[in-house]
Design a protein around this ligand. Structure first.
Ligand code: 15L
Length: 266
């Protein structure tokens, strides 16, 4: 196993629970962290550390002795700005500062399709387009990508930013037929992101080999990501759902319902 110790943040989350198991082959020890409680360590190969990403000193301690960071922690849906600021914006800064201090050379950042959510579903975009964040959540992921870019240019810390579509056991609605990313394909993306050399700051879209394609990954070809799954196997089931109304953002925008979240009044 090439990595001695991987840090996985957000280990109590939907994807964190999956990655806790599926990343096991890639490191001798996985250090698991979350603000929420987690299942206790299942053996010598796990370390469980509860940690608030907004707490700089705690994040610095968390990163001690770590070889690479898989950063899936933070708020994963639209919320008032103040909450996003703590967990996602301060959180990602603390992660990169800790990476710098501890000499950690590689970060895998769970970005999101919501950094480009206001593109129309009729547009096919690559990783080079201007971002069009659809929410405070999307803005925080956009900021995280800029943080990754800065820490590479300034300090040589490499990042792969995964613009994840919709990673669930199966697509939950018609929009997710295009954005679906299976757990198996997510795991492959992380494996490629950990083991490909000279990634600099690479941005890659996280979707399976679905029929309808909004995203073009030619700029991340060096990762060699080859999705194995497709949402097609769920089509019959999903098409039993009523069609969207013509003005539903889930039919218009890549980011779907995030495009109409808020405003949040005090
Ligand atoms: C995300 O970024 C969210 O974390 C996830 O819960 C889904 O809503 C996903 O995007 C999506 O766009 O489907």
């Amino acid at each position: 196993t090439p990595f001695n110790r991987l840090l996985l943040t957000g280990a109590a989350g939907g994807l964190g629970k999956v990655l806790r198991e599926s990343l096991r082959p890639y490191a001798k020890i996985i250090r698991l962290s979350d603000i929420a409680g987690m299942e206790p360590a299942a053996g010598e190969h796990e370390e469980v550390v509860q940690c608030n990403l907004a707490d700089k000193a705690a994040v610095h301690a968390l990163c001690e002795g770590v070889d690479a960071i898989v950063h899936f922690g933070g708020v994963s849906v639209e919320r008032p700005f103040e909450e996003i600021l703590e967990a996602n914006i301060k959180g990602v800064f603390h992660i990169y500062e800790a990476a710098r201090k501890h000499g950690i050379k590689r970060v895998i950042f769970a970005s999101s399709n919501h950094v480009i959510g206001f593109y129309n579903q009729t547009e096919k975009i690559d990783a080079g387009v201007a971002r069009r964040p659809d929410s405070y959540y999307g803005l925080s992921k956009s900021y995280g990508e800029d943080m990754a870019s800065f820490y590479f240019d300034r300090y040589g810390i490499e990042t792969v930013s995964l613009r994840i579509g919709s990673s669930f056991p199966e697509p939950l609605n018609r929009r997710m037929m295009a954005t679906y990313l299976s757990y198996r394909d997510l795991t492959q993306l992380i494996e490629r992101s950990l083991f490909t050399s000279n990634v600099g700051h690479t941005v890659v879209y996280g979707a399976s080999a679905n029929r309808d394609v909004w995203w073009d990954n030619h700029m991340a070809a060096h990762l060699g990501y080859e999705p194995q799954d497709s949402s097609e196997v769920f089509r019959e089931k999903i098409e039993q759902q009523p069609p969207y109304e013509p003005n539903d953002p889930a039919l218009i925008y890549q980011g779907g319902a995030f495009c109409e979240a808020g405003p949040f009044e005090d």
